[in-house]
Design a protein around this ligand. Structure first.
Ligand SMILES: [Zn+2]
Length: 99
């Protein structure tokens, strides 16, 4: 962990899921994680499986890991990524660089 590491969490518009973004300065990578309430690592319970089967059956979508961002959330994500990138450019090329 570095003091330059940063994190962001954005909730889906349906309030059922969320997007986590962790930036680790040491390797200069962004980790995007999907958070769904009720689902965790490991086996699903019988009712979770049944719920998932019905989800696929009625929506035709083989996934439920979709996030809906409104304009404000999308801007928040954009600003988060842009600010980190701007700081990295400033470190690399100096404070006079504009983007
Ligand atoms: Zn959602």
């Amino acid at each position: 962990m570095s003091d330059k590491d940063q994190s962001l969490f954005i909730e889906c518009q349906c309030h059922g899921e969320g997007l986590g973004v962790d930036y680790y300065a040491d390797d200069n990578h962004y980790y995007f994680s999907y958070w769904s309430r009720g689902f965790r690592n490991g086996k699903l319970s019988f009712w979770q499986r049944l719920r998932y089967i019905f989800y696929v059956l009625f929506t035709g979508k083989p996934f439920n890991d979709e996030l809906i961002l409104d304009r404000g959330s999308a801007n928040e994500l954009y600003s988060f990524l842009k600010d980190i990138d701007a700081k990295n450019l400033e470190e690399k090329y100096g404070p006079s660089r504009k983007n």
